[in-house]
Design a protein around this ligand. Structure first.
Ligand code: GLN
Length: 637
């Protein structure tokens, strides 16, 4: 497997005790703060213990830090508003909801009995007027199931079943005259089309859902993860709707205090009169605080203080963004520095070698969001000024957002119109769209991409007819069509060609021709090594196992041989068991020299045997040099 390896989801997340201590310290530091009053305008809320104090931080990768009274249940109250708004956006569409509720901060108290005089609708879904209008729309969408839908949705956000606190609900309903007045105002303005009571009732019930501080933190983390619960992996919301919810929380979530909050704390957030505060660091984490004493705006005093302190201590302010530190292009080099493991015949090498500098390799890394991708695109264009084939290795890229995928695709098309090629490799973890992940464009390894790039160089210089024909496998093009070998042909192959005719003859008459269908295992590891192979036609790849301490060993391509090249020589001479597997990549054939035939040759024609050994020694020398080159690259990994 290439790319980013994630810990298996079943394993317990590893948490830092330091962060746990840091939260405990907050608890400690703020416990003496006893400002504010517990809400009593809803009689049941007045029963809360003013001393309760819990803090929970939940990360986007599913770790939860909980301190103090994090298990105590209280009612969600207004923190339900952004979620109900999200549910309405999901069920009814943003364009519909925009006609019912605005997204402007109000400047009024959360329970103001007023509409926006300009639009005639509530200013935003975070004040009671907007929230009641939102609940009414959810109710109207499915009167029979609205409450069940709501509870199911909230439970998925929290990752556990939630329920309505019936006594708080009763208390709200009995004392909610102001909210009832608001609902009638909405009915009068035709924001609510039917009887206002059922929508209002749903609002009272949503506010009375019982939650713990931990539930709220998980809900916040779900918003931080674009609507995916990082603990359960459920996706109750989609990213576009989550963005809208966070935007409204950012501008209106803390009522009249929203501006100062954004200035000081810099996180989209929502508070409730039950004493909860929930804040989101998008893409990173969710924070929840529970402490029932409220300030004049109806926000938890300790809740605000905790968020402010955490924001400062951990530098979580949304507008405090560190500029791109790490270059998204880890390294760049030319094809002269690194070649594929496809060993080229002299004829092919003569064509490819002078052109190798036209291959450019770029290794990208990290999250390729717009800012990082812009940098990568610049590097690609730079590479294309004197390069013909650009390989972009995405193996170390952890994320490629949709907008970046589209830009990358556009870049590939632009290069193509300029007669250049962009090849991608090691991108399977990024789920590229079809246009980017098609064959001949995307490769499983850098090695295969390099081979394809070399083939492209051959095509460029030799023209269509000499390349591509008869090729099989990803991006491979054989220079010569497979030959029907006969003993007379063999003398012209590779290492035998330089020999005098009589010596050559003495060798070739001892060779036997074998045909192999594509995919055949020609020789296997741990086998006896009684033959030497001289490739007559087709392509043959050598695979060696890579031993990995924590994972099953995997076979890696060591080299691919074609016409005129020899394999099996190392073990043939050492007499040891085979070290590698050799597989026929295409249909092909090899001339075989059996050990017995070689021994005969040594007896009958020592001069021919020495000539053969000399050629094999030269060949082995070249291989050692190439292996050395490949080894130096390992240092780079
Ligand atoms: N249910 C409460 C109300 O309507 C919610 C208010 C709040 O939490 N700010 O007054």
């Amino acid at each position: 497997m290439t790319g980013i390896t994630k810990a298996p989801s079943s394993s317990a997340p590893i948490r830092s005790s330091l962060i746990q201590q840091l939260l405990e310290q907050q608890l400690e530091d703020l416990r003496d703060c006893r400002e504010g009053e517990v809400a009593d305008y809803i009689p049941e809320l007045a029963k809360a213990n003013p001393e309760d104090f819990g803090i929970v931080l939940a990360t986007a990768d599913g770790r939860v830090y909980a301190v103090g009274d994090w298990e105590k249940t209280f009612t969600i109250q207004s923190i339900s508003k952004p979620f109900m708004y999200g549910l309405a956006l999901s069920l009814l569409s943003p364009s519909f909801m925009e006609k019912k509720v605005g997204v402007e901060p109000s400047g009024d108290a959360f329970n103001a009995i007023s509409l926006d005089p300009r639009t005639g609708i509530p200013r935003n879904p975070m004040i009671n007027a907007g929230a009641i209008a939102t609940a009414a729309q959810v109710w109207r969408h499915d009167p029979g199931r609205a409450e069940a839908l709501t509870l199911e949705f909230f439970s998925t956000l929290a990752g556990r079943p939630l329920a309505v606190n019936e006594s708080v609900y009763e208390s709200e309903r009995a004392s909610g005259h102001r909210n009832r007045a608001i609902s009638h105002l909405l009915r009068n303005a035709a924001v609510i089309e039917e009887e206002p009571e059922p929508g209002l009732d749903l609002y009272f019930r949503q506010c009375s859902i019982g939650v713990t501080c931990r539930d709220l933190a998980v809900m916040a983390a779900t918003l931080a993860c674009q609507g995916r619960n990082p603990l359960t992996q459920d996706e109750p919301l989609n990213p576009a709707i989550t963005t809208r919810m966070l935007a409204v929380m950012g501008s209106c979530g803390m009522y009249d205090y929203a501006g100062q909050w954004l200035y000081d704390v810099g996180m989209p957030a929502k508070s409730g009169v039950g004493g909860g505060v929930l804040a989101v660091v998008p893409g990173r984490l969710g924070i929840a605080v529970y402490s029932p004493r409220l300030d004049a705006f109806g926000n938890s005093v300790r809740g605000i203080a905790t968020c402010r302190r955490l924001s400062q201590a951990l530098e979580l302010h949304l507008f405090d963004q560190t500029p791109l530190q790490q270059s998204p292009v880890r390294s760049t080099y030319k094809g002269t520095e690194r070649r594929s493991r496809r060993w080229r015949s002299t004829a092919e090498a003569e064509v490819i070698d002078p052109l190798r500098s036209q291959i450019k390799v770029l290794h990208a890394q990290g999250v390729l969001d717009f800012a990082a991708l812009e940098n990568v695109l610049g590097s690609i264009e730079q590479a294309a000024t004197d390069g013909a084939v650009i390989i972009l290795d995405l193996g170390q890229v952890s994320e490629l957002p949709a907008a970046s995928k589209a830009l990358l695709q556009r870049q590939a098309e632009l290069l193509q119109t300029a007669g250049k090629q962009l090849l991608l490799c090691r991108s399977s973890h990024l789920e590229l769209p079809a246009a980017l992940s098609r064959k001949k464009f995307t490769y499983a390894s850098l090695d295969l991409a390099l081979e394809a790039a070399e083939d492209l160089l051959l095509e460029i210089s030799c023209g269509e007819e000499s390349a591509g024909e008869g090729s099989a496998g990803e991006g491979s093009a054989a220079l010569a069509a497979p030959q029907k070998g006969t003993p007379t042909d063999v003398g012209l192959l590779g290492l035998l060609a330089p020999l005098a005719a009589d010596l050559r003859e003495a060798i070739t008459e001892r060779l036997e021709l074998r045909q192999y269908a594509a995919g055949t295992l020609v020789m296997g590891r741990q086998q006896e090594s009684d033959q030497l192979f001289l490739v007559a036609s087709g392509r043959f790849s050598i695979f060696l196992p890579i031993l990995r301490p924590e994972a099953p060993s995997r076979l890696a391509r060591m080299a691919t041989f074609s016409e005129g090249m020899v394999f099996g020589d190392a073990a043939f001479f050492s007499g040891e068991l085979r070290m590698a597997d050799v597989v026929a990549d295409t249909d092909g054939s090899c001339w075989l020299l059996q050990r017995s035939a070689f021994e005969e040759l040594q007896e009958d024609n020592p001069a021919a045997a020495i000539a053969l050994l000399t050629q094999l020694a030269i060949d082995l020398g070249r291989k050692v040099a190439l292996c050395g080159q490949q080894l130096t690259l390992v240092e780079d990994l």
